[in-house]
Design a protein around this ligand. Structure first.
Ligand code: GLU
Length: 477
């Protein structure tokens, strides 16, 4: 191996909930780094400015730490090859694109969104694969300069060879080849000046001296584009390893419609971090044919890339629950108590509950009656109990589904925003406050008399609030 040491990375995009897929990729990278005394790098790929969220970056870090998957270099702890947040590396990416422009391996494209749409429509009509028609590929330097001087917006595209094939070796899948004619002249720098995933990923992997790229299978189709970039720059390539994709029980790619995908969800549900790590390890690897429970240290000792199992691993909640039970049964008393104190009855959580419950109780023995839904499932409520007289089942389910869609996109989970969002939604559909709030409150708490709804939701958290609504809708639909 030409690289001096094993340096691997996880490169999550902070666009939504911290995904189980990120933990899965991190685990395999972590194990590989530890096995070879190498380094794990956390790089935040936040070049999609419209979608990147600071709250999501924070949650990713919190969740990975909760799982014990600590990185050696990253945005929070620094390192020799920083910055580790791609949005802070824009100037570096620009310099490298300038090199490709100078070499003639890339070009500026001035086509407008409308022009590109027209081309795509035409191609669709003719039953062709949609791709950029390369109109600007051979623009003369004079015209390019004129367009730049006139302030015309542009993107930078890569000149993909028109024929030949691009191939690479995946360490567990063997050689993968693709005909170059099937690869689009990919965008490297977008019109907002930010690099695309492909460019930033390759430049940063190179500059951060990444020796092995261990990532999910869904990135295989991007790898030839990366290979072409390595070749254009004249850089040595890392080794590529694409882990099998996590799947729902129906074998489709894991998705939030069919499986909770947020690490926060599993934490709130009371899954132990070691159990989740063990479960994720089994998704792509096995310790032995007769042993499913093992520690991460045992995995590090025995792990070899060639043993990664390529069959589509099923992310089965029942299996995870079983695994958790195994861990729970083995938990020493001290850890059991510690877990409850730090996760379920943490000081932070109890303080929030104090603010809304203290005025509702006279003695402490009323605490669990009034606040039980903060610690476990609320009393089940039937459709008849909660449906306003003025509405029917379809209307109620539509209202709740509409709300859930809004909440799925609400990442800043604070009372004021929740209230604003719900007020807007209620006004839009024209429901009176009572009609609207009572069913939601009852689903979330099992009671008619909870503290103000948006405050209750804030305390309960994004995961449990959404899940209770989702479960109720699923149960009646
Ligand atoms: N930003 C990509 C992601 O969200 C990184 C993929 C890779 O590891 O190259 O997973």
């Amino acid at each position: 191996m030409a690289f001096e040491e094993v340096r691997v990375r996880v490169a999550p995009s902070p666009t939504g909930d911290p995904h189980v897929g990120s933990a899965y990729a991190t685990l395999f990278n972590y194990v590989y780094a530890k096995k070879f005394g190498g380094k794990l790098i956390l790089r935040i790929e936040d070049t999609d400015q419209a979608r990147a969220k600071a709250s999501s970056e924070k949650q990713i870090m919190t969740c990975l730490k909760w799982l014990g998957l600590q990185w050696d270099e990253g945005p929070d702890c620094g390192g020799e090859y920083g910055p580790y947040r791609q949005s802070e590396r824009k100037h570096i990416h620009r310099q490298y694109v300038d090199k490709l422009l100078a070499k003639g391996s890339a070009y500026r494209c001035f086509c407008t969104a409308e022009e590109l749409n027209l081309v795509r429509e035409e191609q669709k009509k003719e039953g062709k694969k949609t791709s950029y028609n390369r109109k600007c590929r051979e623009l003369s330097p004079a015209i390019t300069e004129k367009n730049i001087a006139a302030g015309k917006p542009f993107v930078v595209r890569m000149k993909i060879p028109v024929d030949g094939i691009t191939s690479f070796v995946d360490q567990i899948r063997g050689t993968i080849e693709i005909a170059n004619e099937l690869i689009d002249d990919q965008v490297l720098i977008k019109s907002d000046g930010f690099p695309t995933y492909h460019l930033a990923n390759v430049v940063d992997d190179h500059l951060m001296k990444i020796s092995h790229v261990i990532r999910a299978e869904e990135w295989i189709s991007s790898t030839p584009k990366h290979v072409l970039l390595y070749q254009a720059f004249g850089w040595e390539m890392p080794q590529f390893i694409h882990l099998p994709l996590l799947r729902n029980t129906d074998r489709s790619k894991i998705s939030k419609r069919k499986n909770p995908i947020s690490l926060d969800f599993y934490r709130r549900k009371g899954i132990l971090p070691n159990a989740l790590v063990n479960f994720l390890a089994l998704m792509g690897w096995s310790y032995s044919s007769d042993r499913e429970i093992f520690t991460i240290e045992e995995m590090i000792e025995k792990f070899e890339l060639k043993d990664i199992n390529l069959g589509g691993p099923i992310f089965d909640l029942k299996k995870l629950t079983w695994m958790n039970q195994q861990y729970l049964q083995r938990l020493p008393e001290e850890e059991f108590v510690h877990y409850l104190r730090s996760e379920v009855f943490s000081k932070e959580y109890l303080s929030k509950i104090f603010q809304v419950i203290v005025e509702r109780i006279d003695t402490f023995d009323q605490f669990f009656d009034k606040a039980s839904y903060f610690f476990g499932p609320p009393a089940a409520v039937s459709f008849d109990e909660i449906c306003p007289k003025t509405r029917d089942k379809e209307q109620l389910v539509n209202m709740l589904s509409g709300l859930l869609e809004l909440l799925d996109e609400q990442y800043v989970w604070e009372m004021v925003h929740l209230q604003e969002n719900m007020d807007q939604h209620r006004n839009k559909i024209g429901w009176k406050p009572g009609e609207y709030l009572v069913p939601i409150r009852m689903i979330l708490t099992g009671r008619k008399d909870s503290p103000p709804l948006s405050k209750t939701m804030e305390i309960l958290g994004r995961e449990l609030s959404r899940q209770r609504l989702r479960d109720w809708i699923d149960a009646v639909s």
